[in-house]
Structure formats: structure tokens, C-alpha cells
Design a protein around this ligand. Structure first.
Ligand code: FAD
Length: 324
């Protein structure tokens, strides 16, 4: 029997987030037999034509578009109400979100409303003859567990950069414009705070992350890291130590209480490697640590370590990569 899976398509400034394509692939892998799944997309926001256009050949059967000014900014009450309506419309057996700021907030809310099973922060999906299992890190990335759903509906969040993106399809999706029904209780948006960003690339989706810790010593200390990030086409991140010291915005914080990143290359500069920081980056493919203390714990998880002053090492790396 065909299973229906609804995926929340995340977008920003008219551009889709990469995790949306990964979530579509996760939806495809979420049943034992791939042919038995029908994928539906929830596109929620305002002035969505550009976004829905980009999704037309993503492999989804239907794109449900809810286009209203109330949906312009993420509001859990509005988004939860919209998602509940779309889940019903799609007859969804499962719902997939990216493990992003929105997904982390919305998925448990939807799971509670549906009285559904919820597996969060999934990094791998395995199909076998009798079940589909979902792997997620536990104990701040020190161990992994495999979980399965025993009933429907279910709700999933997937960690960005771990599940391959969907390849797309020649068949165009059917676009369904869904009328927005304003939920009865609404928060009011009184201020739109725009996140400070040091680059154009979204930290959570960057393939290269250059992260600075308390060792950068000041906000100016981030400049060499920004230059290296620019040369490598990466994003700048930070430890909480650096954020607490006001060297950078909390939007850059990586770790247990910050963003979780899984880039191809993670370069930790002046970061000691506290467990709470490691929780947010230990799944990076290649970890390079630059620290002047050879005993710094970060070297225990690093693939390559450079013992030295970051203010000497980072500009040298930038020069070297600039000429490659
Ligand atoms: P430090 O531990 O002070 O390390 C600075 C490092 O820089 C040192 O190793 C030093 O040798 C090196 N250094 C100094 N100068 C130079 C130089 N010139 N060149 C090279 N190296 C140099 N932390 C997070 O990062 N993310 C989280 O999400 C997070 N959540 C937390 C949640 C809780 C509940 C708690 C209690 C803590 C949390 N923390 C988190 C804080 C965490 O425990 C550490 O305090 C923090 O990660 C330390 O940041 P740091 O490595 O930048 O600073």
C-alpha cells in the first residue's frame, strides 16, 4: 500500500535550503519499498512562486503551497496549524523536517498534536526486508542508536549534510494552492531581528566551516578566519566561549546549545574542545584543529592537528589556498 509522506520545504529569501532536498530523499527512504511512497511538500511562507518553481521537479507528487503574510516569518502556532491541515490533506503517514531551528521546534509540537512517534536528528536511514531503521547520535555524539517506528503517523527530523539530496524527477509535481485559515490564538510579531551573518553561506549547510573560540581574543580576531572562509567558500562558526565573550553573535554558536554542523571540513581555531562544543561538530568529515596548547582536548578528535598560534597559522593557510 502506498505510504504518504509530507516534507516541510524550508526556504529563505526565495531560495530553498539544501536540507529540503535531503528531507525529500529521507521521505523516499522511509518505507521498505521505495516505489510505495508518495511524497508531498508543504511550502509555507509569503510570495512563494519562486520557491514552488524550484521544487516542481524535485520528485514530489504534490506541492501544497500556503502563501500568506502571516506565514512570512516562522511562528510556531501558525506553522503548526498549517502543517496539521496539510498532514490531513496529504493523508500523511509520516512527516519529515530538517533538524534546523524551525524543524527542531516544530517537529515535537506536531508529534505531540498527532500523538505520533518522533525520531530526531537522524543521520542515516537503512532499509531492510522487514523494517526501516533510523540512526541518530546520542550522548553528545559519543554513541549512536538505531530506532524504528512501530506505528503511523510518525515524525522525523534529519541532520543537514548527512542524507544525500534527492536527484529529482522529469515528472512535474501538482501544485495545490491551499487557503490560509488563521488560527484563533496568535502571537504578534513586534520586531523582526535579522541575524548577523559573516558570509553568504548558511552555517548549518556549509561544506567548510572555520570556527573560532576564545583563542581569537576579540571580534577583530575573527577577521583572519573570515578571510580563510572566503577563500575556501565556507562559513564562519564559533564556540560558546567566543560568543559569551562577545567576540561574535550567538547565531554562530556551534554545539549542544547551538547549531549542529556536519561539513566536509571543520577547522577549529583556538577552541579547546569541550564536550558541549564537540556535540555540535564531531560528525564533520575532516576535523583540523589549530591550538597553541598541545594538550587541548580538541586534538583527541581531530584528524589533523596544528600546534601553533592561530594568528600565524590561519593567514598562512589562507595564502596557501589562495594560490591553489
Ligand atoms: P576555551 O575553553 O577557553 O579554549 C580556548 C582555547 O584557545 C584554548 O585551548 C587555548 O589553548 C586556545 N588558544 C588561545 N590562544 C590561542 C592562539 N593564539 N592560537 C591558538 N590557540 C589559542 N560550548 C560550545 O562551544 N557550544 C555549546 O553549544 C555549548 N553549550 C554548553 C551548554 C552547557 C549547559 C554548558 C555548561 C556549557 C556549554 N558550552 C558550550 C561551553 C563549553 O563548556 C566551553 O566552556 C566552551 O566550549 C569553551 O569555549 P572555547 O573552547 O572557545 O574556550
Amino acid at each position: 500500500m502506498t505510504k504518504h509522506v509530507l516534507v516541510l520545504a524550508e526556504h529563505q529569501n526565495g531560495n530553498l535550503k539544501q536540507v529540503t532536498y535531503e528531507a525529500i530523499e529521507a521521505a523516499r527512504l522511509s518505507t521498505q519499498s521505495e516505489g510505495d511512497v508518495s511524497i508531498h511538500l508543504a511550502v509555507v511562507g509569503h510570495e512563494l512562486q519562486e520557491v514552488t518553481e524550484q521544487l516542481k521537479n524535485s520528485g514530489a507528487a504534490t506541492i501544497y503551497s500556503v502563501d500568506h503574510e502571516d506565514c512570512k516569518h516562522y511562528n510556531p502556532e501558525v506553522y503548526a496549524a498549517v502543517m496539521m491541515e496539510l498532514i490531513e490533506k496529504a493523508g500523511a503517514d509520516g512527516v519529515v523536517f530538517g533538524h534546523t531551528t524551525i524543524g527542531r521546534d516544530l517537529a515535537p509540537l506536531i508529534a505531540a498534536k498527532l500523538d505520533a512517534g518522533h525520531i530526531s536528528d537522524v543521520i542515516a536511514i537503512e532499509q531492510s526486508v522487514d523494517q526501516v531503521s533510523f540512526t541518530r547520535p546520542i550522548y553528545a555524539g559519543k554513541a549512536f542508536e538505531q530506532k524504528t517506528f512501530r506505528s503511523t503517523p510518525w515524525v522525523l527530523t534529519i541532520r543537514p549534510n548527512n542524507i544525500p539530496a534527492a536527484v529529482g524527477s522529469d515528472v512535474e509535481s501538482t501544485i495545490v494552492e491551499v487557503e490560509y485559515n488563521q488560527p484563533s490564538t496568535l502571537r504578534t510579531v513586534i520586531k523582526d531581528v535579522v541575524q548577523k551573518s559573516t558570509g553568504k553561506i548558511d552555517l548549518a549547510e556549509a561544506k567548510v566551516v572555520i570556527a573560532g573560540g576564545r583563542g581569537v581574543k576579540s571580534s577583530d580576531g575573527f577577521k583572519p578566519l573570515e578571510e580563510l572562509a572566503e577563500v575556501l567558500g565556507g562559513a564562519v562558526g564559533a564556540s560558546r566561549g567566543a560568543c559569551d565573550a562577545d567576540y561574535c553573535d550567538y547565531a554562530l554558536q556551534i554545539g549542544q546549545t547551538g547549531k549542529v554542523v556536519t561539513p566536509e571540513v571543520y577547522i577549529a581555531c583556538g577552541i579547546s574542545g569541550a564536550i558541549q562544543h564537540v556535540a555540535g561538530m564531531s560528525q564533520s568529515r575532516l576535523i583540523i584543529a589549530i591550538n597553541k596548547d598541545p594538550e587541548a582536548p580538541i586534538f583527541k578528535i581531530a584528524d589533523y592537528g596544528i600546534v601553533g598560534d592561530l594568528f600565524e597559522v590561519v593567514p598562512l593557510l589562507t595564502e596557501e589556498f589562495r594560490t591553489v
